[in-house]
Design a protein around this ligand. Structure first.
Ligand SMILES: Cc1cc2nc3c(=O)[nH]c(=O)nc-3n(C[C@H](O)[C@H](O)[C@H](O)COP(=O)(O)OP(=O)(O)OC[C@H]3O[C@@H](n4cnc5c(N)ncnc54)[C@H](O)[C@@H]3O)c2cc1C
Length: 540
């Protein structure tokens, strides 16, 4: 510069390892049974943290997908064009097995290892997580229809991402999306109006879907009204004869965030599909997929929070104001510690929940999964936008500028709370799980009992939660309050058992004992705040 020297600007956070620099993540992955994946996760973390991969994320967002509904002669082609950076990121995620590894190579800890990988991928770019998550979640539902599973699972398990728009049998790999939401209702799926008429060995679907993300997937799970009621269907982009299926892409949504990913509105003009499960059993069939996608919403928001906190800590450790590094200014230390605490609590719960997906033959873990999937999705996703906003402020004006990652994290954060069942729907689902039988409540109690005696504040909170469970049973108006308290108790139980004392202490004091304000940065003054910040640093 002719006029000045550039001083006091932090170095970019690039060329770092998202796994080995994240102590809390490594500890949690090992604790939950994925210690065997250390090397692969460190390799993936290193690849994600390169300047090149980080740049792909920026490029994929600055060059959003474009709908090519027609070719130059007016023929329908119904395709979406993505920037090459999107394809690079997809190839990276699929190559690491984030879309299917636990199904391809089932072993103890496989869902946890995959959760840790997904947690890192979303930190660099969240848009690609959408088709990757839906593909991961589709497998149990597809297995309900053995002939579809036999044909499609080998393609789905492939780690060779294939961007070509061709019939899946001509490709090296396949991805799966889903289409449930219609104009008149997304939460209330029983209002679906798309019709399914039997036709030979399959069905023909006619109607619309108001949201169908990742329309370049090779096939979709779709809900439609068959003669026997609302039913789940498998609808490929190409028919078995090799023709383009009658799935007409009308528009792409102009979204707040999630810019690299395409979300379409579609018309189904007699699209060919196969049934999955029985007629009339559409919601229970597709909800199996929903459990996994909800797990991924929690993982995704935890990842966004981790990245936002890491960026904030990195900035504050390198930037000075008033003759001191920002991270050393007592009030900023408090803000950073509070952010780091929230992010770690989100991550440990997400990975603990992933363990329940690894132990599906254990009834207690199944009950835990049933209860905690909607609860964790509700609370973790709810915290994301607030944390992203506060972390942005740590970077000052730089944080508000698109060249930093912060605006992207901030715009991305709310969607996990909306899709796959919005906040209220999650809380109502928790009430349903609690009301069904004693298993869900017992799973919660057992988890909290394992941490009993470690912190008196947690013990008191757990006792009060016990009476909340009794008094608010079935009370819809109180459901958010109950679920929030359940999750806070679970997070505290995990932190007192597995995280360093300053983390557990600050969490229990603030989140359980009420020694906290209404904004981040209001932790009670204690000696351990700086240790919490240091632990969250992505480079030390
Ligand atoms: C970017 C993006 C991508 C998407 N991609 C897909 C996709 O690929 N496939 C797909 O099928 N859908 C997709 N969706 C749709 C999404 O799943 C729905 O928007 C969501 O389920 C909510 O449905 P809705 O929009 O119809 O809202 P509504 O169902 O009208 O809900 C509106 C609000 O009312 C609340 N509410 C509903 N019922 C109750 C109740 N009984 N008590 C209290 N509160 C209630 C909800 O929690 C919500 O806050 C996508 C959405 C977005 C934003």
């Amino acid at each position: 510069m002719a006029t000045h020297e550039i001083l006091n600007q932090p170095p970019p956070l690039t060329d770092y390892n998202l796994f080995s620099s994240d102590r809390a993540l490594g500890e949690a992955a090992r604790r939950e049974g994925a210690g065997w994946a250390d090397v692969a996760l460190a390799d993936f973390g290193a690849r994600l943290g390169t300047a090149e991969t980080i740049d792909w994320g920026f490029q994929a967002n600055h060059n959003p997908p474009v709908l090519r509904a027609f070719d130059r002669y007016g023929h329908r082609q119904d395709m979406v064009e993505f920037h090459p950076a999107w394809h690079e990121l997809m190839a990276l995620g699929v190559g690491a097995g984030v879309h299917a590894a636990p199904w391809e190579e089932p072993k103890p800890g496989a869902h946890v290892a995959r959760a840790a990988a997904a947690f890192m991928l979303v930190q660099i770019e969240s848009g690609v997580q959408c088709p990757i998550t839906m593909t991961y979640g589709s497998v149990p539902a597809l297995r309900r229809q053995p002939e579809i599973a036999a044909e499609w699972l080998p393609r789905i398990f492939s780690r060779r991402y294939d961007k070509q728009f061709r019939p899946a049998r001509e490709k090296t790999g396949a991805l799966i999306g889903m289409a449930m939401t219609e104009k008149q209702g997304g939460s209330d799926l029983r209002s679906n109006s798309t019709r399914a008429v039997p036709d030979g060995g399959g069905y023909r679907l006619t109607g619309h879907k108001w949201f169908m993300s990742a329309p370049m997937c090779d096939a979709f799970l779709v809900l439609a009204q068959a003669p026997g009621g609302l039913t789940c269907f498998f609808m490929p982009r190409w028919t078995p004869d090799g023709d383009l299926n009658a799935i007409r892409l009308q528009r792409l949504k102009d979204k707040l965030g999630n810019k690299s990913n395409a979300s379409s509105e579609i018309e189904l003009e007699g699209a060919w599909a196969q049934r999955i499960g029985d007629e009339g059993r559409g919601i229970p069939t597709i909800i199996e997929m929903g459990n996994y996608t909800r797990l991924d919403c929690a993982i995704g928001s935890a990842g966004i929070m981790r990245q936002a906190a890491a960026q904030a800590v990195h900035h504050a450790m390198h930037r000075s104001a008033f003759q001191r590094k920002l991270a050393d200014q007592p009030l900023m230390t408090n803000v950073l510690a509070d952010l780091a605490l929230e992010a770690e609590a989100a991550m440990v719960l997400a990975l603990r929940l992933a363990r329940a997906y690894d132990r599906q033959d254990d009834p207690a873990e199944t009950a835990f999964r049933r209860l905690v999937t909607p609860a964790a999705k509700y609370w973790i996703c709810k915290r994301g936008p607030m944390l992203a906003a506060e972390a942005m402020e740590v970077l000052g004006g730089n944080g508000y500028v698109e060249e930093s990652l912060m605006p992207r994290l901030y715009r991305e954060a709310p969607v996990n709370s909306i899709w796959e069942g919005s906040g209220n729907i999650m809380c109502l689902d928790v009430l349903r799980a609690l009301g069904r039988d004693g298993g869900a409540g017992e799973a919660l109690r057992a988890e909290l009992a394992a941490a009993r005696g470690a912190d008196a504040r947690l013990d008191r909170f757990a006792a009060a939660l016990e009476s909340d469970l009794a008094s608010s049973a079935g009370d819809e108006g109180a459901a958010r309050r109950l679920v929030e308290r359940m999750v806070l108790a679970l997070q505290a139980a995990l932190l007192v058992s597995g995280s360093p004392a300053p983390i557990a202490d600050a969490f229990c004091a603030s989140r359980l004992a009420g020694d906290w304000g209404h904004a981040f940065g209001t932790l009670p003054a204690a000696g351990g705040l700086r240790a919490i910040v240091d632990r969250a640093s992505p480079t030390t």
